[in-house]
Design a protein around this ligand. Structure first.
Ligand SMILES: Nc1nc2c(c(=O)[nH]1)N[C@H]1C(S)=C(S)[C@@H](COP(=O)(O)OP(=O)(O)OC[C@H]3O[C@@H](n4cnc5c(=O)[nH]c(N)nc54)[C@H](O)[C@@H]3O)O[C@H]1N2
Ligand SMILES: Nc1nc2c(c(=O)[nH]1)N[C@H]1C(S)=C(S)[C@@H](COP(=O)(O)OP(=O)(O)OC[C@H]3O[C@@H](n4cnc5c(=O)[nH]c(N)nc54)[C@H](O)[C@@H]3O)O[C@H]1N2
Ligand SMILES: [Mo]
Length: 786
């Protein structure tokens, strides 16, 4: 069957038969499912056709925002007789939604939606619950909170929130409620990208800064451990535009990703050795004089002096910004910011007094260890490629590195990975100009301040938070504290937190676990009390945050099923019971207005469509102006030193890395697993929606290299088990050279009910500098099932 012709025919047929069928909607669906199954296309069109059957006038439309996790597409819901009929990408929005966005209708109308509060009756995990009223549910929560506060104190309460529906209201209100109580234990760091924050905040002064507006100006783009063709799909058109204008696209990834398939070059690498590669590149750049000296001297702390003990030298120890440099005009140590200063870059060029060095000298020494031979050995990238990559990035200006919360930084020393990418950009002056920079996932919060919807007091209790990657073990071992009450919303720890078996044991141990969600997720199965909440289009809310350049009103389009309620309604009811209800009990419009106060934007404006309070094009750190207190970019980070690590980016081999022959585990588990995100879901969200399961795969797969498969007697399509001491993950083996030998690729987002989460085998070690997670440093073995 010729699929292309089939699409065409289908399109033409429907287009002529239904003149009312909007062209944009039609194209939206067709592109979203291009290459997908015929049945799905037919279903989608039949649904639309039915919806548009007769009187278009009787439809109402409402707008909302899709998940911010993958860039906030504005969606339009079509409602007839109070029922959501279909969802389309909004016509006037600059990016077009995908099949996940369109499938939102299958989330809203899902027959499996939770409709009533559910109280556990069987064993945890058994799925046996009985329906109870909201009154009973809220009383239970009140009692359990009070009991925990009395027996353990506030630290016995654990509040866990994350990425599900990253609007400006829900997670903030939950935090405010627990602050009013005096505080609660919270997860520290993030599963996602706290390593990026630990690199960017001290180096360039703030985070959530992206360069997406000028991707198309770039001549050379390196997607480094990042797969924007899937994970930033809405903006992939920018990469395509850049390539049409002659830009080269390079992908550094152990996996031949969807982006690699569209790139000029794929550079496979041993996972978590990226910092070695970056230092090897810096070494070449310094040796071949490919560095941007004026930029380093005028806009960075490369020129700051370091004393014999290796510390930064300041004029006044009370003034953190009074860094000293060696002025080549005055031949004296002066503050870096005195007028007319001409700082020395290196002791190799200018004789410095008293054995001083510059920060640049430290970088040079660090990088010098990374000869091309040594870099090749560690990363398994041929040295010719390393040299060419360094030269091309430095010479094809403007060049950009795409980081976007990359897989490369979800590794044991992920902060150094992220920081090393900034080293490359700063050393070559590839920053602060269109087409350059290191692209993070940025949002409106870099331009305007979004307030909390509710003004809450600071927590009064002294509480030690738990590194998020260690939630399972910490809670199970009551270390540092016993948890008596665990409130989980907008996240699914059973699939997303590393080491699933530990997370399960923790959920089983805590006496009262509340999960607020809209489906019976893998985590909800382990709750004592499940609260049914609304999804988008069922309550009014505001999207304004860290990953989207737009502020969007999320309109209520339909009534939620049964007695599902918005999260803020739950906290308002609870707040009333605890005597601080007046701070919460406000119309949602007022809560939204509170968020918007500092922006000058009104709800009325947002009712007309998304507002972009961002200068376009946005060029972060324009003209070398950074957001640090000195206005300069810093290479030497005292925060890292305070944590016992090198203040200069250094490569430390990860514990669970196949290069680490000192680790006995490498013999037992000789493969390294990397995680990747799929088009079919955002993490575990969307995972059960029929259209997505039909078009994409509906069971977990693993990518395994033909040589690795052969050694294990595994053939393409065989059932296999990926395992280590932490647990087992059942998969279908995809035998392919699209993964580097010695590495396997595991998918993120499968529910336990769908075959199980890859987090059963992921490393739960904490990334030490950013308190992030290290899922891409997981040693495993694979066997054929049965
Ligand atoms: N469709 C879809 N889009 C999403 C998401 C989703 O779940 N689904 N999630 C959103 C979120 S929250 C995030 S954080 C982003 C993440 O966006 P990405 O970082 O692009 O997503 P990942 O698939 O986790 O990782 C990208 C690649 O990193 C590679 N990788 C793993 N370890 C290493 C390493 O050590 N070095 C190198 N060089 N490469 C490595 C993997 O093989 C993978 O191909 O995507 C966002 N967008
Ligand atoms: N193995 C493995 N683990 C990973 C990763 C990986 O690549 N591999 N990636 C990591 C990354 S980058 C991230 S960002 C995290 C993400 O992990 P999570 O933040 O846990 O994301 P989801 O799995 O999508 O879970 C979100 C949940 O919130 C629910 N939800 C949606 N809207 C609402 C709402 O309005 N109210 C409430 N109460 N609930 C709602 C959804 O139904 C869903 O169950 O996972 C991390 N964990
Ligand atoms: Mo993430």
């Amino acid at each position: 069957m010729n699929m292309d012709n089939d699409h065409e025919n289908l399109l033409n047929k429907k287009m002529t038969r239904r003149t009312l069928l909007k062209a944009t909607g039609t194209v939206g669906v067709a592109t979203a499912i291009g290459g997908g199954s015929y049945q799905l296309i037919k279903d989608a069109f039949d649904d639309q056709a039915k919806a548009f059957g007769a009187e278009i006038e009787s439809f109402e439309t409402f707008r909302s925002s899709c998940s911010m996790e993958c860039l906030h597409c504005n969606l339009t819901a079509f409602v007839k007789d109070g029922k959501l009929i279909k969802v389309e990408a909004s016509e006037d929005f600059n990016v077009k939604g995908c099949l996940r966005g369109v499938s939102r209708s299958q989330w809203v109308n899902n027959p499996d939606r939770l409709k009533m509060p559910l109280l556990r009756t069987g064993k945890k995990g058994s799925g046996e619950f009985k329906e109870i009223s909201w009154e009973e549910a809220l009383s239970l929560i009140e009692d359990k909170i009070k009991e925990t506060m009395k027996t353990i104190g506030n630290k016995g309460l654990l509040l866990e929130t994350a990425s599900g529906n990253m609007d400006a209201i829900k997670n903030s209100i939950a935090g405010a409620f627990f602050n009013f109580l005096g505080g609660a234990t919270r997860p520290e760091g993030s599963l996602c990208c706290s390593a990026v924050a630990a690199a960017m905040n001290p180096m360039v002064g703030f985070r959530y800064v992206d360069t997406r507006d000028t991707i198309r100006d770039s001549k050379y783009i390196i997607c480094w451990g990042n797969n924007p063709a899937v994970t930033m799909q809405a903006y992939f058109k920018e990469y395509e535009e850049a390539m049409k204008s002659g830009a080269r696209l390079i992908v550094i990834d152990p996996r031949f990703s969807e982006t690699a398939a569209r790139a000029d070059e794929w550079i496979p690498i041993v996972p978590s050795t990226d910092t070695a590669l970056a230092l090897g590149m810096v070494n070449i750049m310094i040796q071949e004089n490919l560095i941007d000296r004026p930029f380093l001297i005028n806009h960075t702390g490369a020129v700051y002096l370091v004393d014999e003990k290796g510390g930064l030298v300041r004029e006044n120890s009370e003034d953190p910004d009074s860094y000293l440099v060696y002025d080549t005009e005055r031949n004296a140590l002066v503050r870096h910011d005195v007028s007319g200063v001409k700082p020395a870059l290196s002791k190799d060029e200018t004789e410095l007094p008293n054995g001083y060095k510059t920060v640049f000298d430290l970088i040079k020494e660090e990088a010098a260890q990374w000869t091309t031979e040594k870099t090749e050995k560690e990363t398994e990238i041929p040295k010719g490629t390393i040299i060419r990559l360094a030269r091309e990035y430095a010479m094809n200006k403007p060049a950009m590195i795409i980081q976007n919360m990359s897989g490369a930084q979800r590794t044991e020393y992920g902060t150094y990975v992220a920081a090393s990418q900034f080293y490359l950009a700063l050393i070559t002056g590839n920053i602060g100009k269109p087409g350059t920079g290191v692209c993070d996932a940025g949002g409106v919060t870099q331009f305007v301040k979004i307030n909390s919807p509710v003004d809450a007091p600071k927590p009064t209790a002294e509480i030690k938070n738990i590194p998020v990657a260690k939630i399972g073990e910490s809670v199970f071992n009551s270390d540092p504290t016993e948890i008596g009450f665990w409130y989980i919303m907008t996240t699914s720890p059973m699939t997303q937190i590393p080491n699933t078996n530990m997370v399960r044991k923790a959920l089983e141990k805590v006496p009262f676990v509340v999960v607020a969600d809209n489906l019976m997720t893998s985590t909800a199965l382990y709750a004592d009390l499940v609260l049914p909440v609304t999804t988008i289009f069922e309550d009014t809310s505001l999207m304004a945050g860290i990953r989207s350049h737009y502020i969007q009103l999320m309109e209520k389009a339909v009534e939620p099923p049964g007695e599902a309620k918005p999260d803020y309604w739950i906290f308002t009811q609870l707040a009333k019971r605890f005597g601080f209800g007046e701070a919460f009990d406000k119309p949602i419009e007022e809560l939204i207005q509170n968020c918007l106060v500092g922006t000058g934007i009104t709800i009325e404006q947002l009712r007309k469509g998304p507002v972009k309070p961002v200068p376009t094009p946005s060029v972060p750190f324009k003209d070398g102006q950074f957001r640090t207190s000195t206005g300069k970019a810093h290479f030497f980070v005292e925060d890292w030193e305070a944590k016992g690590y090198s203040p200069i980016v250094t490569y430390i081999r990860a514990d669970e890395c196949i290069k680490n022959k000192d680790n006995k585990l490498v013999e037992k588990y000789p493969l390294m697993a990397v995680q990747y995100k799929m088009p079919r879901s955002i993490h575990s969200s969307f995972s059960t929606l029929p259209w997505l399961n039909e078009v994409h795969q509906s069971q977990p797969e693993t990518l395994i290299h033909p040589n690795d498969a052969k050694k294990r007697g595994i053939k393409n399509g065989d059932k296999a088990v990926v395992y280590n001491d932490r647990g087992e993950h059942r998969v279908v083996a995809v035998v392919t050279s699209h993964i580097k030998e010695g590495i396997i690729g595991l998918q993120n987002g499968w529910w336990e009910q769908q075959g199980g989460s890859s987090s059963h085998v992921t490393n739960d070690k904490v990334e030490p500098l950013g308190t992030g997670q290290t899922c891409n440093n997981s040693l495993v073995e694979v066997r054929k099932e049965g």
